[in-house]
Design a protein around this ligand. Structure first.
Ligand code: ZN
Length: 144
């Protein structure tokens, strides 16, 4: 059975609903070592069998940040600055990760984190990994 976990930025302008059958102690939680993720203290989680709905209450407050190979949008709140997750669009659809540090209620017994680096990937390898490991995702924009 799927459970739903909600997250949002600090001011509530942007958020996510993450659905997964995985118990929190079985989540794969990655501490990416790139400068962006370290600066935000971001922890990434995803489940290819789950789903993510990113909900943006006011699209003017969504800041999509691209860097590095520029294959994904990192979603930040324009007002409060919080990073909630990332979204990639490929020919297979849209896929996302959540930042578990943006969860509204952190589950007890959340899995341990594993440091990861993806420095050596090229664009094809990066897109392919995300299609396999990220979560099918949608972005819902409201005009505000
Ligand atoms: Zn905010």
């Amino acid at each position: 059975m799927k459970s739903e976990y909600q997250g949002s930025c600090h001011c509530g302008a942007i958020g996510y609903r993450y659905q997964t059958e995985l118990a929190p102690e079985r989540w794969s939680i990655r501490a990416c070592q790139c400068r962006f993720c370290r600066a935000h203290d971001a922890l990434s989680a995803s489940d290819p069998s789950g789903s993510i709905l990113f909900a943006v209450a006011d699209e003017k407050l969504l800041n999509r940040y691209r860097f590095g190979l520029r294959t994904a949008d990192f979603l930040l709140c324009h007002k409060c600055g919080v990073y909630i997750g990332a979204l990639i669009e490929t020919e297979r659809g849209q896929f996302g990760i959540i930042n578990t540090h943006a969860l509204l209620n952190t589950p007890n017994s959340l899995a341990a984190t594993a440091p990861v680096t993806y420095d050596t990937e090229d664009i094809a390898g990066r897109v392919s990994r995300r299609e396999k490991r990220w979560t099918p995702a949608e972005l819902e924009l409201s005009p505000g």
